[in-house]
Design a protein around this ligand. Structure first.
Ligand SMILES: CC(C)(COP(=O)(O)OP(=O)(O)OC[C@H]1O[C@@H](n2cnc3c(N)ncnc32)[C@H](O)[C@@H]1OP(=O)(O)O)[C@@H](O)C(=O)NCCC(=O)NCCS
Length: 277
């Protein structure tokens, strides 16, 4: 059995008795802390996309995160005049990691930020993985276990939902080069493909239809495919009480593979100069 398989078996064993876990269980704590340190250094991931373009969730890693909350006691910490009271520590060593973190931003220990990530005053939760060169703009939140690709822009106020339970639930996936417009909410295992642009204010979850404006067809629920420009729209829906308009996501344009939307290119220039958009 490989070292990782052994660790997985031990985590599953501790999780089967999660109700009995307390900070005094040092053996369990040692195993769980090891998994979280691997997450923090990007040696383990909660989920990834395999060669068939399917999302694979490593549920045992999530079990370790759930166990961590049982195994760690509350601690008070201080930063200048600010006080916090929590079970989890914050991330450290940003210079070594090649990550720029603007005051007011915080990432929890057990999240992974690749080199070249810029965090404007924003938040990244445990289990999240953020790829190289990605910009997490002001007031954006990256929920627990969300997987954000390389060179992504999460614009101001974007809410990427966290998915911890159930353990096998797919986290939110934003693929390489995607641009997520201001105040979008992408939650509950929704997915945005490579190079796609989500217009400001779009809500995407696994029950929201994604419709191709060219054909009128519903191409998926909760998944914007690669190289699409998609905006929030509404669709007519009849109920016994009358007709209502429910939100959908409309693909208004397809980009060529590798093509960047011109408005997004402008944002890249601002980003290189360290200006928040
Ligand atoms: C999605 C977006 C990239 C589309 O830009 P575009 O390809 O130039 O398309 P257009 O502006 O011509 O818009 C196409 C249509 O979609 C509509 N539309 C544009 N953005 C929209 C949005 N966010 N939500 C809903 N509809 C939108 C337009 O009204 C237009 O309708 P029309 O064809 O009837 O005129 C852009 O509008 C957007 O939302 N950018 C993100 C901005 C942002 O969040 N920036 C972050 C930093 S401030």
């Amino acid at each position: 059995m490989g070292v990782m398989n052994e660790l997985e078996a031990r985590i599953r064993h501790w999780y089967s008795d999660i109700g009995a876990m307390t900070p005094d269980n040092l053996e369990a704590r040692r195993d769980v802390e090891l998994v979280i340190s691997y997450l923090d250094d990007g040696l383990l991931r909660v989920a990834e996309i395999n060669e068939h373009n399917d999302v694979v969730v490593h549920d045992w890693v999530k079990l370790a995160i759930l166990l961590l909350f049982r195994l760690r006691g509350m601690e008070t910490s201080e930063a200048g005049p600010m006080e916090f009271h929590d079970k989890l520590a914050l991330k450290h060593d940003y210079a070594r990691r090649g990550v720029r973190v603007v005051p007011g931003a915080s990432a929890r220990y057990g999240s992974f930020l690749s080199p070249g990530v810029i965090m404007m005053p924003s938040y990244v939760n445990i289990g999240a993985w953020v790829g190289p060169g990605t910009m997490v703009d002001t007031w954006a939140t990256v929920g627990s276990c969300a997987q954000i690709g390389a060179n992504v822009h999460l614009a101001g106020g974007v809410g990427i939902g966290g998915v911890l339970e159930p353990a096998n639930a797919t986290p939110v996936i934003i693929e390489d080069g995607a641009f997520i417009g201001s105040r979008c909410m992408v939650v509950e295992g929704a997915r945005v493909g490579k190079g796609s642009v989500l217009g400001a204010g779009t809500i995407l979850n696994p029950s929201i239809p994604v419709i191709d404006a060219e054909t009128g067809e519903e191409v998926s629920r909760g998944y914007v495919p690669d190289y699409c420009v998609a905006v929030s729209a509404s669709r007519r829906r009849a109920y016994p009480g009358g007709e209502f308009f429910l939100p959908c996501v409309l693909i208004i344009r397809r980009l060529g593979e590798g093509e960047r939307h011109d408005k997004v290119a402008l944002n890249n220039i601002l980003r290189e100069s360290g200006v928040s958009t």
